[in-house]
Design a protein around this ligand. Structure first.
Ligand SMILES: C[S@@+](CC[C@H](N)C(=O)[O-])C[C@H]1O[C@@H](n2cnc3c(N)ncnc32)[C@H](O)[C@@H]1O
Length: 325
């Protein structure tokens, strides 16, 4: 299937679940077409070798096929096409023996979050800031009726297409869509979703209250929010507002402590919040690999002091809260 058809199939799944969202189809087309690298990325997706396997494991490593199902030349072509979609941040994946060792061990985050969720069986799920859709496939494997991921970073849509190219045939029942857009671009207030995820997004938003209100307005009554974000340890500061960069990231605006975070959730209308996990990010979980060759967490920490960022702030500490809307 060519990349255009793969994109169309993904978006049709979203429109089938939420017909009013068809109105953003022109914007999605525009977002893909407007990126200067899109032509090269789409060519890389089109160059993926024609392989098929029903031997699939949507587990910690999302694995499709094995090395034995693919000769060496085909495997090299597959690796080249996938590497053209660098940087691979979320995963890991393994396609016909090509192991995509992503920057993040996203399986570790999923292992911390998944045990605390209301069962995803039969649920309509929104994953805001979904990256390449790694978690969306894990959600489908957990029985979600439909997962709609939204993320404006176009290379992640391309990575999603590369995986979907092989996984859709093996798991036709998975209704997993990825929309290349920002949360602000989709029609607001759908009130449609049983579960809404926002993982790793809140601290990138200038107005956290507005983000939380927008998430709540996409939940059905008593639906479940899964919020994962950076925090500071209680007693450090109510809210850390970085002066310039935080862990070398330019776009980090607010890092609350947990009482402040719970206050924001309450103000946005969520109830029954549960903090289900607090974990310090380590250089084992987020690191440079052959599939993400840029600097990573190790370079963002103070030399000799993993408890501090290079700017002198407390090192990344992440919290997952589950609340009802
Ligand atoms: C730190 S990553 C987190 C990815 C993933 N959710 C995870 O937890 O591993 C943040 C993601 O949010 C996306 N993002 C940034 N602004 C966004 C917005 N306004 N709406 C939706 N996604 C956004 C980025 O493109 C990026 O993929």
């Amino acid at each position: 299937m060519n990349p255009g058809a793969l994109l169309a199939r993904s978006w049709e799944r979203a429109y089938a679940a939420l017909p009013p969202w068809r109105m953003i189809a022109p914007l999605l087309e525009h977002n893909v077409g407007a990126h200067g690298d899109s032509v090269a990325w789409l060519e890389a997706v089109a160059a993926l070798p024609a392989l098929e396997s029903a031997d699939v494991d949507v587990g910690a490593t999302i694995r499709i096929g094995t090395a034995a199902q693919c000769d060496q030349a085909t495997q090299a072509a597959l690796r080249d096409a996938l590497l053209a979609l660098h940087p691979w941040r979320k995963g890991p994946f393994s396609l016909f023996g090509v192991h995509i060792d992503t920057e993040w061990r996203s399986d570790w985050k999923w292992a911390r979050v998944a045990p605390h969720l209301s069962p995803l069986e039969g649920r309509l799920v929104l994953d805001v800031g979904c990256g390449n859709g790694y978690y969306g496939w894990r959600m489908c494997a957990a029985g979600a009726r439909c997962v709609i991921g939204i993320d404006p970073t176009i290379v992640y849509t391309m990575q999603y297409l590369a995986i979907a190219r092989y996984l859709d045939a093996a798991r036709p029942a998975f209704a997993h869509a990825l929309l290349p857009a920002r949360l602000e671009d989709v029609p607001p207030g759908s009130g449609a979703f049983d579960t809404v995820f926002s993982m790793g997004v809140l601290y990138h938003r200038r107005d956290p209250d507005e983000h939380l209100r927008a998430l709540r307005a996409h939940l059905r009554e008593h639906g479940e929010l899964v919020l994962e974000t950076l925090i500071v340890a209680d007693g450090c500061a109510q809210v850390l507002i970085p002066d310039g960069r935080y862990a070398r990231m330019r776009n980090v605006w607010h890092i609350p402590d947990t009482p402040q975070l719970l206050g924001w959730l309450d103000r946005a209308g969520f109830y029954a919040p549960r903090i289900v996990d607090v974990t310090r990010t380590t250089v084992a979980e987020q690191r440079t690999t052959p599939w993400m060759r840029f600097d990573s967490l190790a370079q963002a920490l103070a030399p000799g002091d993993p408890a501090r960022t290079s700017e002198g702030y407390p090192a990344p500490l992440r919290c997952t809260v589950i609340a009802r809307g």
